[in-house]
Design a protein around this ligand. Structure first.
Ligand code: SAM
Length: 271
């Protein structure tokens, strides 16, 4: 009988942040497919886990899928882990899972630590809504494009410490120095730090404080905006993506919200 395939979340820094179930699963499976076997070895040694390991990363996922499918069909169970946190969250695994699903393999997710969710628990915010965009693009124009797309949603992204200052300068130039930002650094680790402040203050802070380690950032949604206007702008954006012109959008939305066509038209051309 084909065995089950497990996707197992591992800690994002503090090695104790692993669930009982994750340890149980890693102890019982026959094989663990690791993004990097040397990184995962530290965790496996701590919890005395002796399953055989092999590497499975973004450059060999397709070949590894064949190996994993044949192991599972021989009745050998396999778990996937990444270097830290939840596999497939800005980590490899998507292509592998696609191929496993195509082959009718039963997949079981064992959830746990993830930098995005850990970070969000620190951040009071007016709206529950957020967009997670993974690693922010490196090029300024692409950064602004994507941040503009989510201008009215809390927007979370991963960034390298070497590029953070430049990215914050780009945000300041495009959206203003008062734009509210949160930076989470080294979450769950000894030098964990969360800063919430206007972007100008965060830029100044990191001129005199070390900017090292792992970083996650949130650009807060424009908080002074009327919530109805946020809704309208989201609908405008959705209609634009469907190819509607500003004029048609103003007709549709003015009927939907009972507001003037001119107001919608103005918002449509501004956004
Ligand atoms: N799969 C992981 C997860 O569940 O969060 C993310 C993997 S991604 C390759 C690595 C990036 O996640 C880092 O560059 C950093 O931006 C973010 N990250 C991971 N651990 C973190 C931590 N302890 N504190 C802050 N950010 C972290």
């Amino acid at each position: 009988m084909t065995a089950d395939f497990y996707i197992v979340a591992t800690p994002i820094g503090n090695l104790s942040d692993i669930t009982y179930r994750a340890v149980e699963v890693l102890k019982k499976v026959d094989y663990i497919a690791c993004e990097d076997t040397r990184v995962t070895r530290i965790l496996l040694d701590k919890y005395e886990i002796s399953a055989k390991t092999f590497d499975c990363h973004k450059f060999n996922e397709k070949q590894r899928a064949e190996k994993i499918i044949s192991l599972l069909r021989e009745g050998k169970s396999v778990a996937l882990v990444s270097d830290a946190g939840t596999p497939l969250i800005s980590d490899p695994g998507s292509e592998l899972i696609r191929l496993l699903l195509e082959n009718d393999i039963n997949i079981i997710s064992v959830p746990g630590a993830c930098a995005v969710t850990a970070f969000l628990t620190y951040l009071p915010r007016r709206s529950e809504e957020y967009a997670f965009i993974g690693f922010i693009p490196r090029v300024k124009k692409q950064q602004i494009e994507i941040l503009n797309k989510y201008k009215y949603t809390n927007c979370v992204f991963y960034e390298s410490p070497n590029r953070l200052s430049e990215t914050l300068e780009n945000i300041k130039a495009a959206f203003g120095e008062e734009t509210k930002i949160a930076v989470g650094r080294e979450l769950t680790k000894v030098f964990e730090e969360v800063k919430i402040a206007p972007v100008r203050e965060i830029i100044d802070y990191y001129k005199t404080h070390p900017l090292k380690g792992e970083i996650v950032v949130m650009v807060f949604a424009g908080e002074n905006r009327d919530p109805e206007e946020n809704d309208i702008i989201q609908k405008i954006t959705a209609l634009k993506e469907e190819g509607y012109c500003d004029k048609d959008i103003s007709v549709i939305i003015s009927k939907l919200f009972g507001i003037s066509k001119n107001k919608v038209y103005k918002l449509s051309i501004e956004n």
